[in-house]
Design a protein around this ligand. Structure first.
Ligand code: XMP
Length: 318
């Protein structure tokens, strides 16, 4: 897909629009460290320097060590950055909940509540910014599109207490967002990062969430990413991760019967994340991933590979 936008013109037009919308008021952004929110932060900071406050809500569903990495990167930048460790609060609200849409809605609502509480601490912040991009809008059923699933950054509760919403990336596809990020001078480590859903691994640990399940998934996921990261740039899939479906199966370890977890591996190739193909990973790569996961992650005795395209599958399993 060719970039439909002229990046520099898009940036200029958004800067003008943000200045008009926001005036001299404060803007609060939930910064996840992903491409969308990072580019959103850079754009708003450029438009209204000093007025942007970034809050990183660590909901406990980040990848292995990711929370600390994000904090390290953004606390060095010229932004007002706060990290909120809210893992216990999210897990408490999600206790006993296994329905995927209910999980997404609870996480989305809790995010906004945390923003509100943090913004209250920061004083008079009138605007909420979000790195919503076009596929989020299309798949959440907004703007006349048919609903597929609720992306947490679109499903805002009705009683949200901000004057306005700043969403400078709303018409863009992922590649356009990356182009805007590069033009704004963001480092490649942020701009080229694979996408990560707002609800994090909460939509990859299927069913009810516990910290133990999340920890197990994080270890397996780190191995999947480490191995696929070794592939050359031009053949590496667009997005790749592990899933914990919550299935136990019988296996054999050290000549004894085992009854342990199954890990699924997902890797997709896509330009726009609206459609995509499963990645034809080599058996060599898959074998290393399976061998490492079953050897290095306690409680896992089986690994499967998801060979479903989108459609009919989605990238995420929930
Ligand atoms: P699906 O699963 O809908 O995913 O095929 C398409 C792309 O969107 C990401 N994704 C999300 N991103 N908030 C986000 O910001 C969300 O709630 C969310 N859910 C899915 C997904 O990882 C993939 O890149």
């Amino acid at each position: 897909m060719e970039n439909k936008i002229i990046t520099s013109e898009y940036i200029e037009s958004q800067i003008t629009q943000i200045r008009q919308q926001v005036g001299d008021k404060g803007v609060l952004l939930g910064l996840s460290g992903g491409v969308d929110s990072s580019v959103c932060a850079a754009l708003i900071e450029k438009a209204v320097p000093g007025q942007l406050h970034c809050i990183f809500v660590d909901h406990g569903f980040m990848r292995l060590n990711e929370g600390d990495e994000i904090e390290a990167i953004f606390s060095q930048k010229n932004l007002n950055f706060v990290r909120v460790n809210a893992e216990e609060r999210f897990l408490a609200r999600l206790k006993g909940v296994s329905d995927p849409e209910t999980k997404r809605k609870i996480i989305g609502e809790e995010f906004v509540r945390v923003f509100e509480e943090e913004s209250a601490k920061l004083g008079d912040i009138e605007f909420l910014a979000q790195g919503t991009i076009f596929p989020d809008v299309a798949e959440s059923g907004s703007d006349g599109h048919k609903k597929v699933k609720s992306h947490h950054n679109v499903a805002l509760p009705d009683d949200i207490k901000f004057t306005g919403l700043v969403e400078p990336l709303r018409p863009l596809y992922k590649e356009d967002v990356r182009a805007v990020g590069r033009e704004l001078g963001l480092p490649e480590i942020l701009v080229a990062r694979q996408p990560f859903p707002g609800p994090g691994i909460a939509v990859r640990v299927l069913g009810e969430l516990t910290r133990e399940k999340c920890d197990l998934l994080r270890l397996a996921d780190a191995i999947v990413r480490e191995e696929i990261d070794k592939m050359p740039d031009d053949v590496r899939p667009s997005q790749y991760f592990a899933i914990l479906p919550g299935i136990m199966s019988v296996g054999v370890r050290d000549n004894a019967r085992s009854y342990e977890n199954l890990i699924a591996v997902r890797a997709v190739i896509t330009r726009d994340f609206v459609t995509g193909q499963y990645a034809r990973l080599s058996h060599e790569v898959l074998e290393v991933i399976a061998a490492r996961i079953t050897r290095e992650v306690p409680g896992v005795n089986r690994v499967v590979y998801d060979i479903t395209d989108k459609p009919p599958g989605t990238v995420e399993w929930e």
